[in-house]
Design a protein around this ligand. Structure first.
Ligand code: SF4
Ligand code: SF4
Length: 542
């Protein structure tokens, strides 16, 4: 175990000031904890209100002259439009059950990262302008004036929330602080305050169909490289349909899967599995993205991005949509489709059919409204019906644990499917401690637009509870492989594992299925998809 000098050790001081102190706005933009402002180019491209160049470090944020009225009016509009918002503002009793449940509070000790306080940052303004007690008694009733400092504080702390919803699991009233964060970001957008990282991705998605800005040629090239890799590893020639009209299934996955590491092995895994099953499917160069970064900014931008998958499904004339290992694609589809729906979605639903697995005949009744099935639901069904030839010993060099990604676990309830799939293809699987998995899963610390480099210290601190649970299973069982069915996780964990000095590699679940899958006509395999030798325990370098 590496020894560290005293000054290298992370200091976490938990602070508990009184409410009066807590409601004084914090505006210090500490390096590693604040997000950069959106570029003028992206603000203009997405047609956002009051586009301008500004920086959180500036004294003057160049707010529009009537910014205060805009915020109050928007808040009034939102509380009337969303009953949940009004309820979340009214019913918190400050019981504190959520206080220590946020990974950012645990990792930073900053009281403003307690979910109860995060909610109060907005609630105090709601009380001041929309409740009688707040108007009359002000501070005594937990109300405060809306000032420019409050706006700065909102920007700082509502972009220190990964909208993971862990706190809501512990709230006796079911208050969803993630939704409070979403509405706060919506309010900030109304006066032209947006975060750079989310908007870079959202603008690229509107422009090209994917967050990374891959051109159609780039998408096709990635698929060609995947075909070459599969040939080299297995000796099998596979064909990959792209933009194929009349295919039965449209397959959509996060754009990170097309080339990032370790996403790539899950990407080639999808193609290998579909080939082996003889699936009639197609990729699309337009809908080459499952995620929705607009979701981390505003309803307008989220809605704009959300339509493309359905538009493309209709254009290609497919029957239903299969989605890859993505997190926020599923949160949006399962929790917010009625909010984001427009005529494009309604039109597509008229021609799409209730998904039926062509390999097993299983009807995915759970997807009858969205016509969209998660790859883990699909794989669990295929493996349950033993439609793939599996040699589990091919994963014996790995001792596996699973991270329940907030969006597909808490967001859509996929707790058992990933475990069933992993255990169907691996002999060695261990769960992390109960308080850190399934609905109580700790976030990776980089979701909801927080994967930005400038937030690195926040991310590493916020990821600490999850990292400590991985450390526990590594030390107890020798776990050397972490799975997560989310592209943000696949991007976030390698840095987090390295930072916390954990000799554990990570990847998607389909990679493990493809490792263990015996393909028709394959050559003798002595490595996994990453080139690691089969059989002997994999020692992961930190
Ligand atoms: S939603 Fe997640 S990140 Fe946000 S306050 Fe709750 S626990 Fe913290
Ligand atoms: S647990 Fe719920 S009611 Fe209690 S302080 Fe937190 S948000 Fe408020």
């Amino acid at each position: 175990m590496q020894e560290f000098e005293e000054e290298e050790k992370l200091e976490i001081v938990q602070k508990f000031p009184g409410w009066k102190e807590i409601l004084k706005p914090t505006t210090e933009m500490k390096k590693g904890f604040y997000s950069y402002a959106a570029t003028l180019r992206d603000q203009e491209y997405l047609n956002l209100p009051f586009p301008r160049e500004w920086s959180p470090l500036d004294e003057d944020w160049k707010l529009p002259p009537n910014w205060k009225e805009i915020i109050i009016e928007k808040m009034d509009e939102l509380r009337k439009k969303y009953r949940s918002f009004q309820v979340f503002m009214d019913i918190c009793v400050r019981c504190g059950a959520c206080a220590d449940k946020c990974h950012y509070y645990i990792g930073t000790g900053d009281p403003k990262n307690m979910p109860v306080v995060r909610g109060e940052l907005l609630r105090s303004i709601y009380r001041r302008y929309f409740t009688k007690t707040g108007k009359i008694f002000g501070e005594w009733a937990g109300a405060r004036e809306l000032t420019e400092d409050v706006i700065k504080e909102w920007y700082l702390y509502y972009y220190q929330c990964s909208e993971c919803r862990r706190c809501s699991v512990f709230c006796p009233y079911g208050i969803d602080t993630a939704e409070i964060t979403m509405l706060a970001r919506e309010l900030l957008n109304s006066i032209g305050i947006s975060q750079r990282f989310s908007l870079i991705s959202a603008a690229a998605c509107v422009r090209t169909g994917n967050h990374l800005g891959l051109s159609p040629g780039g998408v096709v090239n990635s698929i060609r490289y995947a075909v070459d890799d599969i040939k080299e590893i297995t000796g099998v020639d596979v064909e990959v349909p792209v933009n194929k009209k009349g295919a039965e299934i449209l397959f959509v996955t996060p754009s990170g899967d097309y080339f990032a590491q370790p996403h790539w092995f899950t990407f080639i895994g999808y193609i290998m599995v579909f080939h082996e099953l003889g699936l009639d499917y197609t990729f699309s160069t337009y809908a080459a993205e499952g995620g929705n970064f607009g979701f981390f900014h505003s309803f307008e931008v989220a809605k704009k991005i959300n339509q493309k998958i359905y538009k493309e499904a209709k254009r290609l004339g497919v029957k239903w949509i299969l989605g890859g290992e993505c997190g926020h694609m599923w949160r949006v589809k399962h929790q917010y489709m009625s909010t984001y729906a427009d005529e494009t979605y309604e039109d597509a639903l008229k021609v799409l059919e209730e998904p039926v697995n062509p390999v097993t005949g299983t009807v995915f009744e759970n997807a009858s409204s969205t016509k969209m099935v998660h790859i883990l639901e699909f794989l669990a069904d295929v493996l349950k019906h033993k439609k793939l030839k599996i040699d589990k010993s091919r994963n014996d060099h790995l001792i596996v644990t699973h991270h329940d990604s907030c969006n597909i676990a808490r967001g859509m309830g996929l707790y058992e499917e990933p475990r069933f799939v992993i255990k169907s293809v691996c002999n060695h699987y261990y769960d992390m401690p109960d308080h850190s998995i399934r609905e109580k899963s700790y976030c990776c610390g980089s979701g909801a637009g927080l994967l930005a480099d400038e937030l690195m210290e926040l991310r590493m601190r916020g990821g600490m509870p999850r990292a400590m649970a991985i450390k526990y299973v590594h030390e107890k069982y020798g776990v050397n492989h972490l799975t997560a069915a989310c592209a943000i996780d696949r991007a976030a964990f390698p840095t987090l594992l390295k930072y916390w000095r954990l000799p554990v590699q990570m990847g998607g679940i389909t990679e493990l299925v493809a490792n263990a899958m015996v393909m028709e006509g394959e050559i003798e395999r002595d490595t996994d998809l990453r080139g690691n030798p089969l059989g002997e325990y994999l020692e992961v370098e930190i």
